[in-house]
Design a protein around this ligand. Structure first.
Ligand code: CDP
Length: 228
């Protein structure tokens, strides 16, 4: 039988990572941030190939295939720890530059295979709440616990600005809101593994909900799942 996988998909700022972390804590399982792995491939490409990864996607994937140790994913005290070429990339992968370039990596099938293989291999030994764009539709379509979170784009931009310490209504905020919209479009319209509502997924609009509301609703839903 497969280990428990809670697949949480949705656009940026819909609450995926906050909710996934809380569910993982309550259920005593691990949290897996699949976006951080796409970000690691992007950072590697920017460092070794070109400031823009565009055009180098296959070569970047080949590097990770040939040398799987380039990116290590470990769990220390229930915290996902990443080591990219032996160093902690967690701050650098959140830069705006990486966020802008990640679409090239995310729309390349070979790069997606690299990331998916990492997730599937770890899922053999761990139970996870995983957030991303295609976790319920492509990576773990067989899990009975598929969730799709959404929220109005303005609310999502405000949440992200708060996280990043960006003042609302500033020029930087407007740029951030624009980038979120563009990334949404890219994620929804790409041909490979687009962001869609997976079959059988529970869809929640978190626009007017608190984190506690969403977590409670989902814990009840997981509890009442016939697969338990
Ligand atoms: O947290 P945020 O929404 O900013 O993004 P993320 O989860 O860190 O993911 C960054 C980007 O990686 C997304 O915009 C997607 O293009 C891509 N991604 C993906 O294609 N598939 C996933 N399972 C996770 C992320």
């Amino acid at each position: 039988m497969q280990n428990m996988i809670i697949a949480i998909d949705g656009p940026a700022g819909s609450g995926k990572s906050t909710i996934a972390k809380q569910l993982a804590k309550k259920l005593k399982i691990e949290y897996f941030d699949s976006g951080s792995v796409y970000r690691c491939l992007t950072l590697y490409g920017m460092n070794h190939f070109n400031q823009s990864c565009e055009g180098y996607e296959s070569e970047i994937a080949q590097c990770f295939l040939k040398n799987p140790g380039l990116l290590e994913i470990r769990y220390v005290d229930h915290r996902q720890t990443l080591l990219l070429e032996g160093e902690d990339p967690s701050k650098r992968i959140r830069s705006r530059d990486v966020t802008r370039q990640v679409r090239f990596i995310a729309s390349n099938p070979e790069c997606r295979d690299v990331v998916n293989a990492k997730m599937r291999s770890l899922a053999k030994t761990h139970c996870f709440a995983i957030d991303g764009r295609d976790i319920g539709s492509v990576v773990f379509p067989e899990t009975p616990y598929k969730i799709y979170l959404d929220a109005d784009v303005e609310v999502r931009a405000k949440r992200r600005a708060l996280e990043m310490g960006i003042e609302l209504n500033s020029a930087e905020y407007k740029q951030l809101a624009n980038e979120i919209q563009q990334r949404d479009q890219g994620d929804r319209n790409r041909t490979i593994a687009p962001l869609i509502l997976a079959e059988g997924a529970k869809k929640i609009d978190t626009t007017k909900m608190t984190v506690d509301d969403v977590v409670k609703l989902l814990l009840d839903w997981i509890d009442s799942n016939p697969n338990n």
